[in-house]
Design a protein around this ligand. Structure first.
Ligand code: CA
Length: 220
């Protein structure tokens, strides 16, 4: 629920963006278009997408699954970071928000690398498995309904090859994970997700204070 990293004051955040982040002009315009929406808080942060782009390039990722597209800002970043034959399977339940991104994907000339699927994410993940992608996915980004995270994570572990990566956003949930008064379903789900991953021996794990908290998990 944060468009920028937690805990940085405006001045140091501006400095980070000025010196530490690269964003092509089409991405900037999609970001600004998204920020005009009432639900703009759902947009992935600039620095987080930038980090994940570098991670995709560093690991030579070709096949990405994105669970939760919103307006497709991160989707665009991922597609730009992939090689020519790469693909982002972009899963969302809304027709409305991803349709905003599509024009920008086309303008950036990467729409052919984006396989947008509108359905409940659990169904789309099952479809990817049925299509034979088990063990063939390099990277899964989980940034959708928080009560679905645990199920998406299990599906991600099936789809990934050993050494593949999962990134899960909003794991610090604007700090509500440590607020004893916060007992809504989303907050409880994030806490349970974090506890589950901490103790999961199937993965290597690190939680970064990037954006709203980003967990990276590497399938062993
Ligand atoms: Ca998010």
């Amino acid at each position: 629920m944060s468009r920028r990293s937690l805990g940085l004051n405006d001045a140091i955040y501006d400095y980070l963006v000025e010196y530490g982040v690269r964003e092509i002009e089409v991405m900037r315009r999609l970001r600004e278009r998204t920020d005009a929406l009432p639900m703009a808080e759902m947009r992935s942060s600039l620095e987080q997408v930038n980090f994940l782009q570098l991670l995709l390039k560093a690991t030579g990722a070709r096949r990405v699954v994105e669970v939760g597209v919103f307006t497709g800002y991160a989707t665009l970043g991922f597609a730009l970071a992939l090689p020519e034959d790469g693909i982002v399977h972009a899963l969302d339940i809304s027709h409305e928000w991803p349709s905003i991104g599509r024009a920008f994907w086309e303008e950036a000339d990467v729409a052919r690398r984006i396989d947008l699927r509108i359905a409940p994410a659990s169904e789309s993940l099952r479809a990817l498995m049925d299509e034979g992608l088990v063990g063939l996915v390099d990277f899964v980004f989980i940034d959708a309904d928080k009560t679905g995270y645990a199920a998406y994570y299990e599906a991600a572990l099936e789809l990934l090859h050993p050494g593949g990566l999962i990134a899960a956003d909003n794991v610090l949930w604007s700090g509500r994970v440590i607020d004893p008064a916060a007992d809504d379903a989303d907050t409880v789900a994030i806490r349970e997700f974090n506890a589950m991953l901490r103790d999961d021996t199937r993965i290597d794990l690190t939680m970064l204070p990037l954006g709203d908290g980003l967990t990276l998990a590497r399938k062993r």
